[in-house]
Design a protein around this ligand. Structure first.
Ligand code: KIV
Length: 272
């Protein structure tokens, strides 16, 4: 059963604002490759995020910091080839936009030209203002990301909930308003108190997508490997697992190994 309020053949940044205005929640999921993105897109997920979480999930790094711009472009171009309906948003990776706004624009242009992605996402507020302004000035849609911004993990020192203290919450609210004013088409709020996230979502006209930010925002995002239970060591409170694919895949692969060893596979029908 579909609970969508309006059918969208192709989701755009404008559709997302419309969804917020109509009170329709926005669904967003990560994908890093063609096969997964095809499934995610066909399931009518509104936004596919080519997240720099590919650094953890695909490459096995401890943080998102090592992934490069070239690697993000490779992931994004595979996803774009699969996405027929969803808006594809691509993370600009750490080190490709923080040093100056010209470099930020060059990175965003490379993503748009070489991957065919529809928008970029950057982490941070006041400190990346000039970069956001310049990228939007070139006609590239930008999504902001505040709260627990994983590219700053070494500054935070821990993955615990952000903005519990008044000073950090105040700064986050200011940053959200500033990003809206600069022309960002949406915001991700990660791992902050639900009450604060709701307040931010109600204070801006652009869609606010939460991860670990409660139900008072305009939509939700998860890492698809977490939702499917392919990653089984990551168990934050905000995560709802819809499957235990780790176990199902392990069982299937063990079965295959047994079938090969026991000479059961291939059988008469599975050969020429
Ligand atoms: O990289 C990513 O997957 C993200 C989401 C967790 C929002 O930024």
């Amino acid at each position: 059963m579909s609970v969508a309020k309006k059918e969208y053949k192709r989701v755009t940044v404008k559709s997302l604002v419309e969804m917020k205005q109509n009170g329709e929640k926005i669904s967003m999921l990560t994908s890093y490759d063609y096969s997964m993105a095809k499934i995610v897109d066909a399931a009518n997920v509104d936004v596919i995020l080519v997240g720099d979480s590919a650094s953890n999930v695909i490459a096995g790094h401890e943080t998102t910091l090592p992934i490069t711009l070239d690697q993000m472009i490779y992931h994004a171009s595979s996803v774009v080839r699969a996405a027929k309906r969803a808006l594809v948003v691509v993370d600009i990776p750490f080190g490709s936009y923080q040093s100056d706004s010209k470099e930020a624009l060059r990175s965003a242009i490379r993503i748009m030209k070489e991957s065919g992605g529809h928008a970029v996402k950057v982490e941070g507020g006041e400190e990346i203002k000039e970069s956001v302004k310049r990228i939007i000035g070139a006609g590239i849609p930008v999504m902001g990301h505040l709260g627990l911004t994983p590219q700053s993990i070494y500054k935070f020192g821990t993955y615990t909930v952000r903005a519990k203290e008044e000073a950090e919450a105040k700064q986050l609210k200011q940053d959200a308003k500033m990003l809206e004013k600069l022309g960002c088409f949406g915001l991700v709020l990660e791992k902050i108190p639900a009450r604060l996230a709701k307040e931010v979502a109600e204070s801006v006209s652009i869609p606010v997508i939460g991860i670990g930010a409660g139900n008072g925002v305009d939509g939700q995002v998860l890492v698809v490997h977490d939702l499917l239970g392919m990653t089984h060591e990551f168990n934050p409170r905000f995560l709802r697992r819809y499957m235990n694919l780790y176990e199902e895949m392990s069982d299937a692969i063990s079965q295959y190994v047994n079938d090969v060893k026991s000479k059961d596979f291939p059988n008469e029908e599975e050969q020429y």
